[in-house]
Design a protein around this ligand. Sequence first.
Ligand code: GUN
Ligand code: ZN
Length: 433
Amino acid sequence: MTLFRGTFLDTPSDPFSGGELRTEQDGALLVRDGVIRARGSFAGLRGQHPEEEVVDLSGGFVLPGFVDTHVHFPQVRVIGGLGMPLLDWLDQTALPEEARLADPAYAAGVATDFVRGLVGAGTTTALVFGSHFAPAVDTVFAEAARVGLRITSGLVVSDRLIREDLFTDPDRAREESLALAARWHGVGRARYAVTPRFSLSCSEPLLEACADVLRAVPGAMLTSHVNENTREIATVEELCGCDYVTSYDRHGLVGPGTVLAHNVHPTDAELGLLAARGAAVAHCPSSNAALGSGLFPLARHRAHGVRVAMGSDVGAGTGFSLLKEGLGAYVAQQLLGEAGHPLTPTHLLHLATVAGAEALGLGAAVGDFSPGRRFDAQWIKPAPSTPLAVGLAHAADAGDALAKMFALGTPADVRSVWIEGELVNTSAPHLVG
Ligand code: GUN
Ligand code: ZN
């Protein structure tokens, strides 16, 4: 067993319903086989367990590992393609790179960059948009398994209106998806996600094939995009003859295991349908800003009872850090003025951890530091004299410290990351072993 010592911050109760930030100053978590067995003050737990190894994380803050509910594996190398709206950015930046993943050797290099990027940002669980090429999807599952990252991913499918070298057909999509699910779903920390790219690029027979795979793989998730950009939405409505959410729902693709990214421009009817189905929305603020998609209507999602979590949306999103996305979520609500939902740092932490775990159906396993949860954690410890170190040294209380982490923190401030009690990344090599 290991006793992790430090100041632990987490959000076991929902701040949207009055829950407060939980702080354990000079606290300890007792971890055995990757699971938190006890929590309390360091002095108290040390007294009960005088022989256990201590990992001392004093002098920073320990947060639950982040849960990124929307991130594209093939796009890590094209982050930063600024200045275009969605459909132009797809044509000119994202999809040419996605086509390069036809080469499995290239895809393997991208998978390494991608998993490193996630873990380096303190993300320990992710719902990952895979590739259009099945061997490339194998490489990202394999790399995540090698590192220990908890991912849910799958084959991305399309058969219209994007570049043709990314096309599949319904039979091939069914066959390749089922084969990938057979190899990876429920193996270690991996799970399968059925992944139509967006209904703009998927014919009705292809969405039916997605529904077949979803039915055939118990516990599989469904992820896609929805209501991101006004031009895209008009095209979907023209093609499908219905609203965007219905374009998925009429194939049985919207349920409690569904996460749809963006939803910047929903109608009330669509929000009502998402709530009725128990589906979740991945809010991706840096992407929404970079592509000029719009400001996310969080208050309307809350009013309809739609579950919301955070996504980095790399590579339209501008990096892997959910600290940056949290700040972006806060800023977007500020810019909405009266229509915005005020967000505290506690809301931001909850959105980046517990809300994500719940959206992925992993709420009983990860997201906070309650006994019984896996020890998925990140130690935020900035280099001395940096603005964040100065800010944390002068923080009024834990909530203020958390605000400073969201305002100033970057992956450079994530000193170490653990998944299920195993150190998976550290910039402090003396901690290993
Ligand atoms: N809609 C369809 N594909 C994509 C993508 O790769 N990124 C974003 N942001 N939206 C999409
Ligand atoms: Zn996306």
